[in-house]
Design a protein around this ligand. Structure first.
Ligand code: FES
Ligand code: FES
Length: 192
């Protein structure tokens, strides 16, 4: 049977261990906010964020830009797609701190100041390429990227290069039709 002195030994050991490793004065708290400047839709935004904040959360929770949707938060659905320097990226897998100095475009930034819709937005409306609309901002940004990258040369190519954007409403045929309508109005990349 343990005596009172041996039973207390682990407690004493833990206490001594804690005392032996004081917090370093120069230790960096990983939760401490860092100052960032993000260029979103042509405007610079200064933010103080936890360095682990995703671009999606920075947009939605800190800048009020809720067009990019959080479908899965794991890189599987495409609902959070934005353009970074003209190329589509999943904002749920992108740390905000990693894209300083780069140009981010969200669905809020693709229309013109006078309210004229981007040709891809207009085509989605004309082809009824949505039902609930939850996936639509990501679909439209990805469709713009698909055309700009030169991957919209055929229906098969569009389906292949849009396959990262899921639509649980099944609007896929109409989305392909919308992209086919919009692409002549856009500056197309050279390789298809
Ligand atoms: S929310 Fe980013 S891929 Fe689903
Ligand atoms: S329109 Fe509903 S998920 Fe695509």
């Amino acid at each position: 049977m343990a005596s009172a002195s041996t039973a207390a030994a682990p407690v004493i050991a833990r206490t001594l261990s804690a005392q032996a490793a004081p917090a370093r004065a120069d230790a960096v708290d990983p939760r401490a906010p860092v100052n960032l400047t993000l260029k979103i839709n042509g405007h610079d935004h200064r933010l103080a964020l936890d360095v682990r904040t995703t671009l999606l959360d920075a947009l939605r929770e800190h800048l009020g830009l809720t067009g990019a949707k959080k479908g899965c938060d794991h890189g599987q659905c495409g609902a959070c797609t934005v353009l970074i320097d003209g190329r589509r990226m999943l904002s749920c897998l992108t740390l905000a701190a990693s894209i300083q100095g780069r140009a981010v475009t969200t669905i809020e930034g693709i229309g013109q100041a006078d309210g004229t819709l981007h040709p891809m937005q207009q085509a989605f409306i004309e082809h009824d390429a949505l039902q609930c609309g939850y996936c639509t901002p990501g679909q439209i940004l990805s469709a713009i990227g698909c055309v700009q990258e030169g991957h919209a040369g055929s229906d098969a190519a569009i389906r292949e290069y849009m396959s990262g954007n899921l639509c649980r409403c099944g609007a896929y045929p109409n989305i392909v039709a919308a992209i086919n309508q919009a692409k002549p109005a856009m500056r197309t990349a050279k390789k298809d």
